[in-house]
Design a protein around this ligand. Structure first.
Ligand code: CP
Ligand code: NVA
Length: 318
């Protein structure tokens, strides 16, 4: 039975709406009582591998795993055989003999799929070029704290519509029943296959998706404004103008004043102050970014517990 039913978390839609709600409820519980779950006692191990830089993801996973009673093996992927000739499938197969889950920040989404194909433990996407689903769990937890029910909220993302955050907010947002608008300059719209998957998911939850290149229309009545860097890791030398066309999409006081009066502002961080967001907004009363960063810890602990409890149930483990 092992292998057949491993639940991975490679994209936001790997959790059904019900499953996502379970993880978010557990995240809220763990925020109140951080040591309530000792799922990794033993200690059981979790591999946490980075092929790109990280501050929040690294600290929150390592501390979260410790709080669950486990041990995190945190490594720079470039120092492992991942950087050499071993296949990702073989790597997944071997790591599964040592640890109970693998958390991986890498480049192409395909790499995650390949490791998952060989793994017999859950693989968690800690950011890929295409998706950042752990971040969106924290974003949803933050929105739930500020707004109560997620279903029916209107969230507007402004900036690079084709990056990991835009894609994950689309997929994860509509999974939660949120109406998601992505406002991006021409040429930076979300990729078609993501829009298709999000549309299918939105049909299940009753949510809507709006794509536009008009930032002012996009924010009207929004309960949440979200942005992210205009230049994601790995895009520094892609030859595209990632400043000029993006300027009208900056979250500043003027644009924020056009959203709902009590709109909250989210940013996964790191922020490029003065580019995608102004100091005034980031440090202002409507910003929830510091709680959002904290919630990475709680949301990811909940995700790990949930994934391992699924697996335990499948295998008849305690
Ligand atoms: N938001 C986020 O993932 O931050 P890090 O790159 O610092 O992990
Ligand atoms: N879109 C950004 C997110 C960083 C957490 C990047 O990929 O660099």
């Amino acid at each position: 039975a092992r292998g057949a039913s491993i639940q991975h978390y490679l994209r936001d839609d790997d959790l059904t709406p019900e499953q996502q709600a379970e993880v978010l409820a557990l995240a809220a519980e763990l925020k109140k009582d951080p040591f309530a779950k000792q799922t990794l006692a033993g200690p059981r191990g979790v591999g946490v591998i980075f092929e790109k830089n990280s501050t929040r993801t690294r600290f929150s996973f390592e501390m979260g795993i410790a709080q669950l009673g486990g041990h995190a093996v945190v490594v720079d992927g470039r120092s492992t055989q991942l950087g050499r000739e071993e296949t990702l499938q073989d790597t997944g197969r071997v790591l599964s003999r040592y640890v109970d889950a693998v958390v991986w920040r890498t480049f192409g989404q395909k790499r995650l799929e390949q490791m998952a194909a060989g793994a017999t433990v859950p693989i968690v996407n800690a950011l890929s070029d295409e998706f950042h689903p752990c971040q969106v769990l924290a974003d949803l937890q933050t929105l739930a704290e500020r707004k109560g029910a997620l279903k029916g909220l209107k969230l507007t993302y402004l900036g690079d519509g084709a990056n990991n955050m835009a894609h994950s907010l689309l997929l994860g947002g509509v999974t939660a029943g949120i109406d998601v608008t992505v406002a991006a300059p021409a040429g930076f719209a979300p990729l078609g296959y993501v829009v298709e998957a999000a549309t299918a998911r939105a049909q299940q939850t009753g949510a809507t998706i709006t794509l536009t290149d008009d930032p002012v229309a996009a924010v009207a009545g929004a309960d949440a404004l979200v942005t992210d860097t205009w230049t994601s890791m790995g895009q520094e030398n892609d030859g595209l103008d990632r400043v000029g066309p993006f300027r009208p999409f900056q979250i500043n006081a003027d644009l924020l004043s056009k959203a709902a009066p009590d709109a909250v502002v989210l940013h996964c961080l790191p922020a490029h102050r003065g580019e995608e967001i102004t100091d005034e907004v980031l440090d202002g009363p409507q910003s929830a970014v510091w709680d959002e960063a904290e919630n990475r810890l709680h949301a990811q602990k909940a995700l790990l517990v949930w994934l391992l409890e699924q697996r335990g149930a499948d295998e008849g483990r305690p």
